[in-house]
Write a protein that binds this ligand. Structure first.
Ligand code: NOJ
Ligand code: NOJ
Length: 430
């Protein structure tokens, strides 16, 4: 938004710009506080400091990878030098990951979703495996590898991340994804077993980025194999568009877990695009199917959450309409579910990235009467509405997991690390 305004000659900072500038360092600090907190094995990213009701004091592979990805992106996290991750911190994260990868676990492979903070196996019953984990983890490691290669540290990459063998940190996850993306697994919400749009979309990114890194390191056989799997994933991803419902559904071929998500409408689809998009035209943000999915989500949550009926702010967004998770437990009816910060901020980020795509391509969008600059502005403002909605429910510039659908108060795990990561990536794209 800032760059757009300056192009048009108006550089005045809006109230929202100013607020973002003020709170960003605080958000970075809240996120940083959950990386290797005292008493955990270094490299551990706790999902939240909350240790009871709910206990989120674990290293979840999905959350940790997304947090590291957000943190690694200098543009998003650099506020001042001291807030950057140090190379010791990156090393800790890699060493801990190698440990996780090499312990026998109940999933029997890299899809194990979470670990205890002392680095040991969490062996209670859980929705496992969750095969988005290895893809996201590989993406975060590939980002480190590329950064080190750019800085001329191929020796560190070869020593810690990629020695060419199938057991090195990056290849272990990539090999797993490449051989197992056709398996069903639990979804990102840890509830439903099947094939999932979110999971396959991020798996595709891991295969494409993995192939690029393999070529950089002269492993062309691996690169060819990963590229082939990416093409297979693309074919599979086309299956999720449901022309009758008019949106992309999240789960196909369900073979276990919860069965009450009858609409199959899920913000996981938008999150998949945000986390997996490579800007290469495959299922672009401006793809009509994607736009219609974002609109269907907004309409559905607008209707079901009381706090969305007051009309002053943008729409608070949840995971999926039938959600029963209160942040502490599953209740037997669909009014247990609430809007979440990270899903509301995901819609903000989606509209910022859509605006950017429209601006760069000059494309018009089906269903919008505006054209050109007006369209870009409209999309950016819509993104800001979601951002303002999230802002309205923050307390003391902090974010929990959920927002009570009736009272608007924060609910569930406090200081959810992923909420902060989603804030930073959303404003990074603004
Ligand atoms: C905790 C999970 O993280 C959450 O997504 C799920 O809804 C509940 N457990 C119930 O399975
Ligand atoms: C519940 C969410 O459903 C899941 O996606 C997340 O990984 C865990 N909470 C930990 O934050």
């Amino acid at each position: 938004m800032a760059s757009f305004l300056s192009l048009s000659g108006t550089t005045r900072e809006t109230e929202l710009d100013q607020w973002i500038r003020n709170v960003r360092p605080m958000m970075v600090n809240h996120l940083r506080a959950n990386i290797s907190p005292q008493g955990t094995l270094p490299g551990t990213v706790v999902a939240s400091p909350s240790r009871s009701h709910p206990n989120y004091y674990y290293h979840w592979v999905r959350d940790a990878s997304l947090v590291m990805l957000a943190a690694l992106d200098q543009n998003f996290v650099r506020v001042n030098g001291s807030q950057n991750l140090t190379s010791d911190e990156l090393r800790d994260y890699i060493v801990l990951t190698r440990r996780h990868q090499n312990m026998t676990n109940p999933s029997g492979g890299p899809g194990e979703p979470k670990f205890n903070v002392d680095g040991s196996i969490f062996d209670e019953p859980w929705g496992r495996p969750q095969n988005d984990g290895p893809a996201l983890r590989a993406m975060s490691m590939i980002k480190i590898a590329n950064m080190w290669l750019d800085q001329g540290h191929e020796d560190s990459v070869r020593a810690l991340l990629w020695d060419g063998s199938f057991t090195s940190v990056i290849k272990m996850d990539l090999e797993f994804v490449s051989h197992h993306w056709q398996d069903t697994c639990f979804d990102l919400w840890e509830e439903t077993k099947g094939h999932h749009f979110y999971t396959q979309f991020v798996q595709r990114r891991s295969m494409i980025e993995g192939a690029k890194l393999a070529r950089r390191l002269n492993d062309h056989t691996a690169a060819d194999w990963y590229e082939k799997q990416a093409r297979g994933l693309e074919q599979s991803l086309e299956r999720y568009w449901d022309p009758n419902r008019g949106y992309i559904v999240e789960t196909l071929d369900r073979d276990g877990g919860s069965d009450y998500k009858t609409s199959n409408l899920d913000t996981g689809v938008i999150l998949g695009l945000l986390h997996g998009s490579l800007g290469d035209g495959f299922m672009a943000f401006s793809d009509e199917r994607v736009i219609r999915t974002a609109q269907a989500l907004e309409k559905s949550f607008q209707e079901i959450y009381t706090i969305n009926h007051q009309g002053h702010w943008g729409v608070a967004i949840g995971r999926y309409p039938e959600d029963r998770y209160t942040g502490v437990e599953i209740v037997p009816s669909a009014d247990g579910g609430n809007p979440w910060f990270l899903t509301t901020l995901a819609l903000a980020e989606y509209y910022y990235r859509l605006a950017k795509e429209v601006k760069d391509s000059g494309k018009n969008l089906v269903g919008f009467s505006e054209r050109g600059r007006d369209l870009v502005l409209k999309l950016q403002r819509h993104g800001d509405e979601f951002l303002n909605r999230a802002r309205f429910h923050m307390g003391d510039n902090r974010m929990s997991e959920q927002i009570n659908r009736q009272s608007g108060y924060m609910q569930g795990a406090h200081d959810l690390t992923w909420s902060y990561a989603s804030f930073l990536t959303a404003i990074g794209h603004r």
